[in-house]
Design a protein around this ligand. Structure first.
Ligand SMILES: O=P(O)(O)OC[C@H]1O[C@H](OP(=O)(O)OP(=O)(O)O)[C@H](O)[C@@H]1O
Length: 175
């Protein structure tokens, strides 16, 4: 498999090149199962978190370890929007997202008990990669619906031109 070198905070990984859409190859960054790379990315992201931040908000799947490490370093809580409805969810916030990364529409789910943690809070959106920006837009809508205030939108990697302002630490190529 063809790979591409990605370096963040002095840690390099040779990640697979995938072709989610014909003629568009992108490096596939993965934090799951890689504590050293995850720590390096969280450390790089940490200075971008505003001092007034009260809680972090992320999505399944790959951004979860990143957000966990970042939250621990900052001493902040975090909540995670799920990509599938779980049977135990009660009165969840349900938000559609059109992500170009996979070429298909998706839905984010946030159980009410977690949505309540965002009420009147200064929330930082955290992702691993921002491409179209549609996932972050959907997350921002969820925060507003939960009664919170977004104070920063952060992603480790930017890929292409997102449709909203996002603070990132590195650029991924579209090959
Ligand atoms: O800016 P966008 O175009 O919305 O793309 C960014 C999204 O794509 C990736 O998730 P992916 O769908 O690969 O899911 P995963 O985290 O479960 O791997 C990433 O974690 C973001 O959620």
């Amino acid at each position: 498999m063809e790979t591409y070198p990605i370096t963040i905070g002095g840690v390099t990984r040779h990640v697979p090149l995938i072709e989610p859409l014909p003629g568009r190859r992108i490096p596939l960054v993965e934090f799951l199962g890689d504590p050293e790379f995850t720590r390096a990315a969280a450390e790089a992201l940490r200075p971008l978190v505003p001092k007034e931040a009260e809680i972090l908000f992320t999505t399944e799947t790959s951004p979860i370890p990143l957000t966990h490490v970042l939250a621990e370093a900052l001493g902040l809580p975090y909540v995670v929007a799920r990509r599938r409805r779980r049977p135990y969810m009660e009165d969840p916030i349900i938000q559609e997202v059109q992500t170009l990364t996979l070429g298909v529409g998706e839905v984010l789910w946030l159980d009410r008990r977690f949505a309540e943690k965002l009420l009147n809070q200064r929330v930082v959106l955290v992702s691993d990669v921002v491409a179209s920006g549609e996932t972050l837009k959907a997350m921002e809508k969820m925060v507003l619906r939960a009664g919170g205030h977004v104070v920063a939108r952060l992603a480790v990697f930017r890929q292409g031109t997102p449709g909203l302002a996002v603070d990132t630490v590195a650029e991924l190529p579209v090959l």
